[in-house]
Design a protein around this ligand. Structure first.
Ligand SMILES: Cc1ncc(COP(=O)(O)O)c(C=O)c1O
Length: 392
């Protein structure tokens, strides 16, 4: 029997696969250092865990309204006002099972067969897969390393067609760590206005930002940008809550309503206990985030310095998130032909797990996450350096 032609086109998430493989090797007693992590290596702050226990104790364990409980929506609205200067009403907010579900809901909501969605390349793995799943065509727009892997207007114009429906902005970015400034966002907002596009703004790494950079939401650029942008955010990265599965989206009421209708037939509400604890997480957000960002920043600087002092490889200093994209193209040879092969050899021979750039659409790179201890980073980079120095 034939399976869904669209669904069978999907690739599994390579990031998750490699992280799982490294974990398995570790469990077998092999000393592997993983740079694959897509989640903070910190625990969820205790005040949030305590609140989840309270939710269970008081029996907050039933279905909630599909789009999220009102106290949580109120905190999300406050967050948008305080952090992003954005005003929303409860009808403009949906709470979902992770930012990933928000993205899934929004692509399902806006895409008709053949619609094209502009995505910067290198890109986070799930965007093109989701767009494909819902019958659209992901258009991967080359973003040059010299431009910190950000969209430039000429390439956007070149990739525009009469089928272009939306543009995805991820700032801070996974996998590149790049952060868009006001002028760059304004240029994209104008482009979206001129061509009547939705803007999907994934701001999940909003709080993980360094070097005095300020996160700006493209929705805050103008009234027009506000009306055409669906902002995606969540608690996974900021509060080290990846396993709790809590994301949220904000935007045009009509779009949010359709997203909610979809969710009502798929997963219903986000976990009630998580929602209860999320109210407290957002209301009391504070020192833990600062401490985590400080630690990430120290690791980032160390990693970038080490890499740029190694021969043959180099990287741009990322300004946000917790990833470094390393240009390894000068390592390629008859023996190591591409990033998949390099990643495999690094795992087998150097015992370090990295994500091949091909998984993000660009074979010249590998991605290293610094969401692992400084000790691991030091040891892992020693291994990488030895491997490079010993290459023939
Ligand atoms: C850019 C980006 N967006 C969204 C997500 C998904 O986040 P969540 O855990 O909230 O589903 C991730 C997770 O890796 C991500 O890197």
């Amino acid at each position: 029997m034939e399976l869904s032609r669209l669904a069978t086109k999907l690739q599994s998430s390579l990031t998750l696969e490699i992280t799982a493989k490294a974990k398995k090797l570790k469990e077998e007693g092999i000393d592997v250092i993983s740079f694959g992590a897509g989640e903070p290596d910190f625990n969820t702050p205790k005040y949030i865990i305590d609140e989840a226990k309270k939710a269970m104790d008081i029996g907050f364990t039933k279905y909630t309204s599909t789009s999220g409980i009102s106290p949580l929506k109120k905190e999300i609205i406050k967050k948008f006002k305080n952090d992003n200067d954005l005003e929303y009403t409860e009808k403009q907010i949906i709470v979902s099972t992770g930012a990933k579900q928000c993205l899934s809901n929004v692509f399902q909501t806006i895409i008709n067969p053949g619609d094209e969605v502009l995505i910067s390349k290198p890109c986070w793995i799930s965007y093109p897969e989701l767009v494909t799943l819902y019958g659209g065509s992901p258009i991967l727009v080359d973003c040059a390393e010299e431009n910190e892997f950000k969209f430039d207007i000429d390439s956007l114009k070149k990739n525009l067609s009469d089928k272009t429906k939306a543009i995805v902005i991820t700032s801070p970015n996974n996998p590149t760590g790049s952060v868009y400034n006001y002028d760059e966002l304004k240029t994209i907002a104008d482009f979206a206005k001129d061509n009547d596009l939705f803007i999907i703004s994934d701001e999940i790494y909003e709080k993980l930002i360094y070097d005095g950079e300020k996160h700006i939401s493209v929705a805050s650029i103008s009234e027009d940008a506000y009306n055409r942008t669906i902002v995606i955010n969540g608690l996974s990265k900021t509060f080290a809550m990846t396993g709790w599965r809590l994301g949220y989206a904000a935007g045009n009421e009509k779009v949010i309503k359709v997203m909610s209708n979809i969710q009502s037939h798929t997963t219903s509400n986000a976990n009630s206990i998580t929602q209860y604890a999320a109210v407290k997480a957002l209301a009391a957000a504070g020192n833990e985030i600062e401490a985590m960002v400080k630690e990430f920043d120290a690791r980032r600087k160390y990693m970038v310095d080490r890499i740029n002092n190694m021969k043959t490889i180099s990287c741009v200093k990322p300004k946000g998130a917790f990833y470094v994209m390393i240009n390894v193209s000068d390592l390629y040879s008859d023996k190591i032909k591409d990033s998949f092969m390099l990643s495999k050899i690094l795992l087998d021979e150097a015992k370090i797990a990295v994500i091949p750039g091909a998984a993000f659409g660009d074979d010249r790179y590998i991605r290293l996450s610094y969401a692992t201890s400084m000790e691991n980073i030091k040891n892992g980079l020693d291994r990488l350096e030895n491997f490079i120095n010993n290459m023939k």
